[in-house]
Design a protein. Structure first.
Length: 115
């Protein structure tokens, strides 16, 4: 595991002091509805994190054990507060990162993407 290689010095120091190294912890972050929770479930080999075909499924943070030596934090999807470029908003909308309740489907269907 790459994370263990990066932390090798710290882990070796802990072992030398007689401390049992704790699980490596990682944070999973990204825009909504891209498969963060699905990836964690796949790595963990079980369906612990709630997943769904819409943004905003994960509502809070949840540590999930992946094997014996790693824990991953599932987090709610995040978006930056304001899109200067309309095309950015368009792309996020058509790929399902923005809640349908706050979108006008017709506007999006008629908006032309500027490639
Ligand atoms: N085709 C495809 N669908 C995927 C893949 N990974 C996840 N999905 C689907 O994408 C949807 C969103 O997955 P989630 O894991 O809930 O996404 P998330 O990033 O945790 O979403 P939020 O918690 O809402 O931010 C679900 O319907 C998944 O089944 C993938 O690799 N391929
Ligand atoms: Mg999720």
């Amino acid at each position: 595991m790459q994370a263990k290689l990066l932390l090798k010095e710290k882990i070796d120091r802990q072992i030398a002091k007689g401390i049992n190294p704790r699980a490596v912890r990682g944070l999973i972050v990204g825009i909504p509805n891209v498969g963060k929770s699905t990836l964690i479930n796949r790595l963990a080999g079980r369906s612990i994190a709630l997943t769904g075909d819409r943004p905003g499924v994960t509502k809070g943070q949840q540590w999930i054990k992946v094997g014996k030596e790693m824990e991953l934090l599932d987090t709610p999807g995040i978006l930056w507060p304001k899109f200067e470029d309309q095309n950015v908003g368009y792309r996020l909308a058509v790929t399902g990162a923005i809640k349908e309740e706050i979108l006008n489907a017709e506007d999006i269907a008629f908006l032309e993407s500027v490639t």
